[in-house]
Design a protein around this ligand. Sequence first.
Ligand code: MN
Length: 448
Amino acid sequence: MNDQLNATHDPNLQSWIESANDPQTDFPPQNLPYCVFLRDGVRRIGAGIGDRILDLFELSAAGLLPSVLTEPLQSTCLNALMGADLDQRQALRAALCGLVTDRKSALAESESLQRRILVPQNSVNLELPATIGDYTDFYASLFHATNVGSMFRPDNPLLPNYKHIPIGYHGRASSIVPSGMAVRRPSGQLPPAVEGAAPTFGPCQNLDYELELGFWVGKGNRLGESIPLSSAEAHLFGVCLLNDWSARDMQRWEYQPLGPFLAKNFASSISPWVVTMEALQPFRCEAFARPEGDPQPLPYLTDSRNERSGGIEIQLEVWLSSRKMRDQQLPPTRLSHGTFAQMYWTAAQILTHHASNGCNLRSGDLLGSGTVSGPLRESRGCLLELTWNGEFGRPVPGNQRTPLALPSGEQRTFLADGDEVIFRGWCERPGMRRIGLGECRGMIEGAI
Ligand code: MN
């Protein structure tokens, strides 16, 4: 499984940048996630190391990075780098790793270079890392799909297509925002209070988050051509945390027959760091074991490599901080924790399925995994599941509508104005250096 590890994954690597050696840092030299940050009003491509950012424009201008990547590295977004050949991407990672770990590297030995190239993370704003042409959201957790289905269709929770086809819908790229940007409560059509009555228009009353992973498309495919599963991994560039904010009341009223629309496209937040597939290599695992009796996927969605190493062991957490909690100086409280290894469909299957009809994917496109939920209550990735649809669900045997109790004494069924939702993600495995995805934050502002 780990025949693809190289010197950049060596758990013993240390950096001369001290903050990168902190055991709890998300950004040791084994990670080197990419980002786009604003420096003196100009967008620059960077790489995270400890509590610093390497300015890759400056590093490239100083002649310290592979010259074949000069144009992508001096660009203002990551799209061109995402579309670069795999061997060039690997060469860049190796060069960066050498610069931050070798005490005799050109960067380690020159204080004037360091002043130009090492930027404190807390001194700059991180932007969206790429120009996102298209965004598609999937539904790859069997646990999420079964939970949600059993609230709305107790007799028929899982639709018959689920175990054969990765379910998805086209989302909207224009409203994807970086972590830290406030999210305004949407208004929209709300379902009739009683069947047969008229709907109303007003602020969403059932605002929710969805804990997801976003996959950045690397090299794309031509219109009319597909991507076989055997080469799907090479078309993936990296991952981020993704919050697919969801207006459940609007969703309930609008989703049939064409799927989600305005309940989903008012905002989606992403973490600004792009953790590469190469950095994730030590944390690959078997694809989710399909329960006994489940159908095998069709041949275009199955191969031995995907079964052996299509999964990724990423720990994911959701935290919440209400306005009252902040007023009382209470720290954020953890709502759930789970792992990405429990997703029914792998990223490679999702990407291959997306392109299977000849739909062209482009560098910088974003694919959402769908809500990451596991089998346990504490691993449910949205409030709809955690509170079992708040006040609106039909009772399901064995599950109770259960508001969450916050440390401030407040209760939540769905999000209130002033609530801040924080996602965290990281990978750890014995014998490997822990790496992190950073955070994805968003605070709810009241409706206009
Ligand atoms: Mn979603």
